[in-house]
Design a protein around this ligand. Structure first.
Ligand code: AMP
Ligand code: MG
Length: 705
């Protein structure tokens, strides 16, 4: 499908001495004349090889894409400040004129980085160096940098979890060093090959040779599963070259980013398209494997299964089954996060004032106060930064959220000041840096701020937005099918009912629970106790749902058609759980889709849904196993509980703060479910309860109702 005859993927390296094997340079290739991955000891050797490959491609009239795992650009603002032009390719030329990199990998990248840092205000943006290199302009740690005025990440990096900032020069993930050296070499290729070579996405002229950057971790799951490669680097370049060759590159080469960003920062080929690349490798990561057929089987000889054992078993058997999609941040509330989220910028991005007041340099205060400082004209307000440094010994009017002007590190509250417009007076002592917020004091750029599996809350949307994350990879909502069975059940509460008929209570309850839990409810209807009819409904459910909840007919009696059918045609494990109200619970796979066969009694159906269905569905949906939060409260009732099974009672908290339970334990008493606001959980062992005995209460809210 690729428009290129050959694809080369280069895992570049910033090694300072020749080196082969893991963590050295590898080139993978796909398409015409593809060889196994090649390994190179030096950058000079690599460039000689690439020149040959490129000349050969031109001689044979082939189109060739060469993709490097380095950054082709730096965060916005860098190119303009360094070269006067907001263009990544101007930086390439600037570097080519200064970088020295000899045939044995000896190079001056740290010195060039220090020289760049000298041209920017403050300290930075580059950091990281070996201990023995004493370069005052190149801090050893990222945290030592300040005031350089540049973001840590490029727009494209927000789509690539785990990518490191371009400013990092040393130790793990030193993409900065690789990029400084790489860009200098590539600038020379551009000079040699002229119009035959275009750099994507900075240039849009058609050319037979195209250079792009990429990110090897895009296909991590395929690399993890790969076998027979010399090292991880070899697997990465080989698989990514194949993926680029097999995939449709056209949509990947049309990134949704403004033209000026593409020219200055560049773009990672494949960013945000990991799923397509994996499926091009015949390994679609987003359609998770179906469950194993015997996954619900209880060990032989197990009769009554304790609740905890059943939960552990269920937890081990299940894994997430939903595919994923990217949503605009504002649309992603309630969804399950499918990837760790990384801060695109710091919060706050710059040091600013926490109050309305007057700002100055703390060093300007002499003695214990009171103090009087001359005011400069103008002010600093949120969104209206003060231009230029504050003269020593002066103060400035500053408002909440305003960036601290250069020369301001401390702010006094306006209520503590007197002013005549030309001077400001206030009393001491004043603590240094009081009433100011440090840059990044909340979240640092590049930090992981939300983890996979998180159900996104309204505050999460605030956080993601503040940190510059515009799109969020989320799981698609779990599709939960609900069907009820029973000859006596009447599905429409508006229909007249004979005495032997009862209205379907479970289905509306279960559909609403699925909706409340953030899933997509799918109504699979009500079916009589007829195996053909129920099988048809399960077939339909297996097509349209990720999991199916049935109610009724789950025991082992004559009329228990659901369990009979699941035993005959699905893979049934009927679990007799030591639980009241509850047993039986049937677990099965129908065409690979998990089916939870709930008891027909509405009280038992609800308890089983809350205790087993909730964690199971959460795991399937990608949000992980969850345990409800309960707490101990004094009982307002008496009960003598037998050993051997766990019990749940419909309960609520009375005005005295004690737990009362519903008068009847009958599991057909639906009014008790509605009366209750939670459940009391009584342990498997025997227990004697009298008023005041502590019992564990779990509010329905803890079950997400
Ligand atoms: P079963 O599990 O089919 O033996 O049903 C147990 C009890 O629950 C019987 O009294 C059924 O009539 C009742 N039942 C089954 N399904 C429902 C339902 N959808 N709504 C209300 N009651 C039900
Ligand atoms: Mg029945």
């Amino acid at each position: 499908m690729s428009r290129f005859d050959r694809i080369l993927v280069v895992d570049w390296s910033a090694n300072s001495t020749p080196k082969r094997g893991a963590d050295s340079i590898w080139i993978g290739m796909a398409g015409a004349q593809a060889d196994p991955p090649q390994n190179f000891a030096t950058r000079a050797e690599t460039m000689a090889y690439l020149r040959n490959q490129m000349r050969a491609a031109l001689a044979e009239n082939q189109r060739m894409l060469v993709s490097f795992d380095i950054g082709f650009g730096f965060p916005k603002g860098f190119a303009k400040h360094l070269t006067g032009r907001a263009e990544a390719l101007a930086v390439w030329d600037w570097l080519a004129a200064r970088i020295e990199d000899d045939a044995t990998n000896r190079n001056n990248r740290f010195h060039v980085a220090a020289e760049i840092n000298r041209r920017f205000p403050g300290l930075g943006p580059f950091w990281g160096r070996p201990d023995h290199l004493d370069l005052p302009d190149l801090p050893a740690k990222g945290k030592e940098r300040s005031g350089h005025g540049l973001a840590d990440l490029r727009a494209t990096e927000a789509l690539c979890a785990g990518s490191h900032p371009m400013w990092k020069l040393y130790t793990t993930g030193s993409v900065g060093s690789q990029s400084l050296l790489g860009q200098a070499h590539l600038a020379q290729l551009r000079a040699e090959f002229g119009d035959a070579l275009a750099v994507w996405p900075m240039q849009d002229t058609p050319a037979p040779l195209v250079l792009t950057e990429t990110y090897l971790s895009l296909i991590d799951s395929a690399v993890r599963a790969a076998q027979g490669y010399a090292c991880k680097d070899a697997a990465q370049v080989d698989l990514l070259a194949r993926a680029f060759h097999a995939a449709d590159l056209a949509p990947m080469m049309r990134p949704e980013a403004p033209r000026d960003i593409l020219r200055e920062e560049g773009w990672i080929l494949g960013a945000g398209h990991g799923a397509e690349l994996l499926s091009a490798l015949g390994q679609p990561a987003l359609t998770p494997p179906r469950l194993r057929n015997d996954c619900f089987a209880m060990p032989q000889g197990v009769d009554w299964v304790p609740v905890e054992a059943a939960l552990t078993r269920l937890r081990d058997a299940l894994h997430p089954v939903t595919t994923t999609e990217d949503l605009a941040t504002a649309q992603s509330g309630g969804r399950v996060l499918a990837q760790d989220l990384i801060a695109r910028r710091a919060n706050p991005p710059a040091a600013n004032s926490a109050v309305d007041g007057y700002g100055f340099a703390h060093a300007a205060l002499a003695g214990d106060g009171p103090y009087t400082l001359p005011l400069v004209a103008g002010r600093a307000a949120a969104g209206q930064p003060y231009d230029g440094p504050l003269p020593a010994g002066h103060a400035i009017r500053i408002l909440t959220g305003a960036i601290l002007p250069q020369g301001v590190d401390t702010v006094v509250l306006e209520e503590d000041c007197a002013t005549d417009g030309a001077r400001v007076a206030f009393d001491g002592p004043v603590k240094p840096r009081i009433n100011t917020r440090k840059a990044g004091e909340d979240v640092q750029a590049g930090a992981v701020f939300l983890r996979t599996g998180r159900i996104l809350t309204p505050p999460d949307l605030a956080l993601a937005s503040a940190l510059g994350v515009a799109r969020i990879p989320v799981h698609r909502p779990l599709r939960v099918g609900v069907l009820s069975t029973g000859d006596e059940i009447l599905s429409d509460p508006a229909a007249p009912a004979a005495l032997h008929q009862i209205y379907d209570a479970n289905r509306p309850m279960l559909l609403e629970i699925a909706r409340k839990w953030g899933y997509q409810p799918v109504d699979l209807g009500h079916w009589p106790d007829n195996e053909t009819a129920i099988a048809g409904a399960l077939d339909q459910g297996a097509q349209s749902c990720d999991v199916i909840l049935t109610s009724g007919g789950a025991s082992a009696g004559d009329e228990d058609h659901v369990s009979r059918l699941l035993r005959a045609r699905g893979t049934l494990s009927s679990w007799r759980i030591a639980l009241k109200p509850g047993r039986p619970l049937a677990l099965a796979l129908w065409q690979g889709v998990p089916v939870l066969g709930l008891p027909g009694n509405p009280v038992a159906a609800l308890v089983c849904t809350l205790i087993f269905g909730r964690p199971a569905l959460s795991l399937l949906a990608g949000s992980g196993w969850i345990t409800p939060q309960g707490f101990e409260l004094p009982a307002a009732f008496s009960k003598s509980k037998k050993p051997g099974r766990r019990e749940y009672l419909r309960a609520r908290i009375n005005e005295q703060g004690a737990v009362e339970v519903f008068a009847s334990e009958g599991s057909g008493r639906i009014s008790g479910l509605s009366w209750a606001e939670g459940l009391v959980e009584l342990p498997d062992a025997a227990i004697q309860i009298t008023p005041g005995t502590p019992v564990r209460y779990i509010p329905f809210a803890s079950f997400g109702l």
